[in-house]
Write a protein that binds this ligand. Sequence first.
Ligand SMILES: [Zn+2]
Length: 160
Amino acid sequence: MTIRSDQRNMIEAFQQYAPVNVTELAESLGLKVWEDDELPVGVSGKICLDSEFGGSSGYSVIVRASDPFVRRRFTVAHEIAHFLLHKDKIGASLTDDGMYRSRNLSTWEEVEANQLAADILMPMPLISRYINSVGADPATLAALFKVSEQAMRIRLKLPQ
Ligand SMILES: [Zn+2]
């Protein structure tokens, strides 16, 4: 499934500099983002229909409040990806475990969501620009993009 061009343009509007403001991007796409410290054990995040507190699309994204900041950012991007790619399969609610697996979706669809989440947080043209100014050290780039060093190393195709 492809992303609508207006949604693609909105993502690009948030990719002019690092770090990508993923919460504001979510809200621009109609998703209200909440942090919850009472999600069940093993749940990293969810996206659900929320007529009372949801964004303009009617959906809320909920992330585990106690997760590290960079992981919460990745979770928000992952749930955005489900909204853009798999909206028809979310139903009332889609819950991702600690490995970003859900009951609603296949492994391949979860891979697809992780790929789009990485594209959102670490757009290659922006990474290239920062490499030109600060160099290619993955820890430095991860700090600038506010992602985990592991995520940046995957992005740069470096050994883990
Ligand atoms: Zn997922």
